[in-house]
Design a protein around this ligand. Structure first.
Ligand code: CP
Ligand code: NVA
Length: 308
């Protein structure tokens, strides 16, 4: 049966670890200038209904370096933008491509596409989740802090796709997650609710960012207005006052705490310039790691066991 990557919640620990282990190998090969042609002749389609820098680059460069190619498909310029059904599009694209990555608004659309496609489908960000980003983030934590096990990650800001993906990952992996979101901007209630049941109650939600950040190993933030929420920008800047990751807030964290951000960042809003450009920030290594982790994901889903 084909495998998709739609949500971290579908993955088990050994699957996460397999991606991280392969990404270490691929990153090392990349450093030595060697690109194994494990996806030779394969083509990845990429449907983008939203803007992207890192996601497009990492998938496109990753496919090329592994011997295949990626095809950019703007939602607007394909027939799907004129009303061809998701089901028909998925069935047709499956006849040409070896895999498909989708960045769009609705998680349901990606799941419907995956249902009708006979090729692997990868969620490249929806309003609800951003699994490829969180896999990269955890890989980066392993690289910087030695392991993710037992780490305390503090997420400060909007309860958006990034926050939801962090919660999903925290349900599956042994690390602690605290979040601080202003009232009215909590994470998805179903996703958060799932993290409150069962034996593993390692996800806590606070209102005060200082409470979330206390003793943290990793401080993470993301934009206050995500793609599709541009018209709420002004209102959100008011509502998120006090939720900026700045020098004062970082003081509450562990002395070796690192600062992460999926990027793009708005300096002076969710993060101060001196913090994101300061010594604790690992955002550019994090951004680079999108490439290595993406390659690991692509290989695992598309190589048919042809990893080298
Ligand atoms: N972090 C991330 O997904 O960046 P892009 O929106 O540039 O792809
Ligand atoms: N929450 C942001 C993440 C961008 C990578 C957005 O959805 O726009």
């Amino acid at each position: 049966m084909k495998k998709d990557l739609l949500s971290e919640y579908e993955l088990e620990k050994n699957y996460f670890d397999r991606i991280f282990e392969r990404a270490v190998v691929l990153k090392d090969m990349h450093r030595k200038g060697f690109h194994p042609p494990t996806l030779s002749g394969k083509v990845l389609g990429m449907i983008f209904d939203k803007a992207s820098t890192r996601t497009r680059l990492s998938f496109e460069v990753g496919m090329y370096q592994l011997g295949g190619m990626a095809m950019f498909l703007s939602g607007r310029d394909t027939q799907i933008g004129r009303g061809e059904t998701v089901a028909d599009t998925a069935r047709v694209m499956s006849r040409y491509l070896d895999g498909i990555m989708i960045r769009t608004f609705s998680q349901d659309m990606v799941e419907e596409f995956a249902h009708y496609a006979s090729i692997p489908v990868i969620n490249g960000l929806t309003d609800l989740l951003h699994p490829c980003q969180i896999l990269t983030d955890i890989f980066t934590i392993i690289e910087k802090r030695g392991a993710y096990e037992g780490m305390k990650v503090a997420y400060v800001g909007d309860g958006n796709n990034i926050a939801n993906s962090w919660i999903n990952a925290a349900v599956k992996l042994p690390f602690y997650l605290t979040l601080a979101c202003p009232e009215g901007y909590d994470p998805d209630p179903e996703i958060f609710g799932r993290a409150q049941t069962g034996a593993k109650a390692s996800v806590q939600l606070f209102r005060d960012p200082a409470d979330a950040v206390r003793g943290a190993d990793v401080i993470y933030t993301d934009v206050w207005a995500s793609m599709g929420q541009e018209n709420e920008q002004e209102k959100r800047v008011r509502h998120f006052k006090g939720y900026q990751v700045n020098k004062q807030l970082v003081e509450h964290a562990g002395k070796d705490a690192v600062v992460m951000h999926c990027l793009p960042a708005h300096r002076g809003e969710e993060v101060s310039a001196d913090v994101i450009d300061g010594p604790r920030s690992i955002v550019f290594d994090q951004a680079e790691n999108r490439l290595h982790v993406q390659k690991a994901i692509l290989e695992i889903l598309m190589s048919g066991g042809n990893e080298q």
